[in-house]
Design a protein around this ligand. Structure first.
Ligand code: ZN
Length: 202
């Protein structure tokens, strides 16, 4: 609690302090709150906004690769690296109801395609259904969890896999519709991801 003489000192400097809503009338009571930059993660997408959105992802040729439409929308915590960087920057500042297309170069999406990233791995490190064959995208167990790789050549005990992300080297177009914005909870901020429908459940 600021003491009265401090208020007086402020007044002497021409400044104004709100003391329980009363003041000396130098400025109208709302002056200071109104002058502060507004920061409301439910109005525009910024850090701490939880965003619910629909998307359709196409490649450069216009072929649809993925879509959330027709099923549950996606939900993410903005500013926490939960989506690829280019998509996150295309989302920043958008509002509920916005519909737009974001075209992302490979660098802003899944990176450039590096032809040197083919390696031979034991088949037991791969998770897949059906038969292992060239061109098939399977999950590889790495030290940092499962990641998608593309089979180049399949053998009985080992396989050559291309560890570039399957969408590396591609320019991608996202058709986005922002359905809802809300402020993240303290728990979501601590975890670095969104909870609830479309988010993490634990
Ligand atoms: Zn969590």
């Amino acid at each position: 609690m600021q003491r009265l003489r401090d208020f007086q000192a402020d007044a002497d400097r021409g400044e104004y302090c709100l003391a329980a809503g009363r003041g000396w009338g130098i400025f109208p009571p709302n002056q200071f709150t109104a002058a502060r930059p507004t920061r409301d993660p439910t109005l525009k997408i910024e850090s701490d906004t939880v965003v619910t959105f629909h998307y359709t992802l196409r490649n450069e040729a216009g072929t649809e690769l993925e879509s959330s439409r027709g099923s549950e929308p996606s939900v993410y915590l903005h500013g926490a690296n939960n989506v690829i960087r280019g998509l996150e920057s295309a989302m920043a500042g958008r509002e509920k109801g916005d519909v737009f297309t974001a075209s992302l170069s490979p660098v802003d999406a899944y990176g450039l395609h590096n032809p040197g990233r083919v390696q031979r791995v034991p088949v037991k490190h791969l998770a897949f259904r059906g038969k292992l064959a060239a061109g098939k995208v399977v999950q590889m167990n790495t030290g940092e969890g499962m990641r998608p790789v593309t089979v180049v050549k399949a053998g009985r005990h080992s396989a050559d896999v291309d560890t570039n992300h399957p969408l590396a080297g591609q320019t991608l177009e996202f058709d986005i519709e922002i359905l809802d914005l809300r402020a993240a909870t303290a728990e979501e901020l601590a975890h670095g991801h969104a909870h609830g429908p479309g988010g993490h459940h634990h």
